[in-house]
Write a protein that binds this ligand. Structure first.
Ligand SMILES: Cc1ncc(COP(=O)(O)O)c(C=O)c1O
Length: 481
């Protein structure tokens, strides 16, 4: 009997087209940031239909090779080689500890505002990325139209039109929150401070991701609290097994967590993991303080949902601000304190009485006029491109064996250098060359991360930045020599 071997069916035309374009991208013929031919032109070039090209471009978008930019076309997405190793997860901490990094943090903060230094340390985007002129005009017109706002005390929990805009934006992100549940604060810093004070007393223990944003460590120290550092994956965030263990063995009073683009790792918890985290919080009856300040800075189409989206019983306090997206200098933030709303309102009163209405109104007018989405799109694109350029430069210039995070949002990178590099020493040497960095020890209470550093990629790329990364690489290699 003659056996016939069935030929595998050839892939659909759009997949063939997608594969051939993917090859061009991988070979570097089409480079990151390049606009590829329009759908119509590609259809003509390849002699296929417009819908075939559209399908092929969608496949490449889903594979992460292309991004569609409204009214502009399709662009090749920045990508890094897959073989770059990522930072390793830290070991769990056995018992809570008080924070004692203050001197180094104070020194670091002093350098962060030194205009003579190139700021690769503090997580501050360059001022040129914000619509300062437009905001200045709005601020001027609010002040001219209502000078009484200057002559009156701003005793308030919130300026309502602003709270409505904030609630509306969360609704777009999949979280239904009432504008009456929010307290406007002086930056996210005040929001976090109020949240911690609402649920703790001195000596209590807070669980948090490690490495941790050092600002929260400072606040924790000022409130005389202890921390329990929970291992965190640089891609998917908190290790839930370690967290469960920590909850089971310790009297944890609250969890501080950044599910979307954690600072400094850039990790983003998948939705299923956020849901599991929420269930775990319910099981042990623990409140969460969610810092969502980078949530709007996602590189994919969809904004990640905050943990608050799963909150059924008001245990998640959602904190954020416009500090990374719009106007760090106006210091406008917010907190949705859930079941601690009354307590947080009282604390807000004792902390700062209210947030200047003139500033809240300026931002509300900006949001209402509709320029914010457009601005967010352009700032996200800028951060993504800058992160890519910084990552490539770090890989070119840092010692072999350097591990690097690959965030899909935000604008900071976390680098783990070979074990013998001391980034505190690197910080001191770099300052002599007028470069400020954030050494790893700032991000833990346990003297971890001696060989790590966080890099602020919020500065537009250019020769001085490239030179600074080169210098950092040389200084690190010198330590190894
Ligand atoms: C994770 C995180 N939370 C909060 C803040 C403070 O935000 P704000 O400037 O709005 O007070 C920062 C600032 O760097 C931050 O990185």
């Amino acid at each position: 009997m003659i056996q016939t071997i069935a030929k595998p069916p050839s892939p659909p035309l759009y997949v063939e087209l997608a594969d051939s374009l993917q090859q061009l991208i991988e070979q570097g013929t089409l480079r990151a940031g390049h606009r590829i031919p329009s759908v119509r032109r590609m259809a003509l070039q390849r002699d296929v239909s417009i819908s075939t090209v559209l399908q092929a471009y969608t496949v490449l978008e889903n594979r992460g090779y292309l991004e569609a930019r409204p009214q502009s076309g399709y662009y090749v997405r920045p990508r890094l080689p897959f073989e770059i190793p990522e930072p390793r997860m830290a070991k769990p901490m056995t018992k809570p500890a008080y924070v004692s990094t203050s001197d180094l943090t104070a020194d670091f903060l002093a350098q962060a505002s030194n205009p003579a230094c190139l700021q690769l340390g503090a997580a501050c985007p360059d001022a040129s990325l914000f619509p300062a002129q437009k905001l200045a005009r709005l601020l001027g017109s609010v002040a001219r139209n209502e000078p009484a706002l200057i002559g009156r005390y701003a005793v308030n929990w919130a300026y309502e039109p602003l709270t409505r805009e904030i609630a509306r934006r969360y609704l777009q992100a999949g979280v239904a929150l009432s504008h009456e549940e929010v307290v406007i604060t002086v930056g996210c810093t005040e929001a976090l401070n109020l949240a911690l004070r609402a649920v703790t007393k001195p000596g209590d223990t807070i669980a948090l991701e490690t490495p941790a944003y050092f600002g929260i460590l400072e606040t924790i120290q000022s409130l005389n609290l202890r921390v329990l550092e929970i291992p965190t994956d640089s891609r998917e965030g908190l290790c839930l097994d370690a967290l469960r263990e920590a909850f089971a063995r310790n009297d944890v009073k609250a969890l501080f967590v950044m599910p979307s683009f954690q600072n400094p790792l850039g990790s983003c918890m998948p939705d299923e993991k956020k849901e599991k985290l929420y269930e775990l919080l319910c099981e042990y009856d623990i409140p969460a303080i969610e810092d969502d300040i980078y949530g709007d800075l996602h590189f994919s189409e969809k904004r990640p949902k905050p943990l608050k989206a799963w909150d059924r019983d008001g245990r998640v306090m959602l904190c954020s601000s416009f500090g990374k997206t719009l106007a760090p200098g106006l210091r406008v933030g917010w907190i949705f304190p859930g079941r601690w709303l009354d307590r947080v309102r009282r604390l807000k009163f004792t902390n700062t009485l209210g947030t200047p209405v003139i500033l809240q109104k300026t931002i509300a007018n900006f949001l209402r006029d509709g320029g914010y989405d457009h601005h967010l799109r352009s700032i996200r694109r800028a951060y993504q491109n800058q992160l890519h350029l910084f990552s490539q430069a770090v890989l070119r210039n840092f010692p072999a064996g350097t591990r690097l995070s690959r965030p899909h949002g935000g604008f900071v990178l976390w680098a783990e250098l070979p074990a013998r590099v001391d980034t505190h020493k690197l910080h001191i040497d770099a300052l002599k060359q007028h470069i400020a960095i954030a050494p790893g020890v700032l991000f833990s209470v346990k003297e971890r991360y001696r060989n790590c550093l966080r890099i602020n990629c919020g500065i537009p790329w250019g020769e001085p930045v490239e030179q600074a990364v080169r210098t950092l690489g040389e200084l690190a290699k010198k330590q190894l020599a």
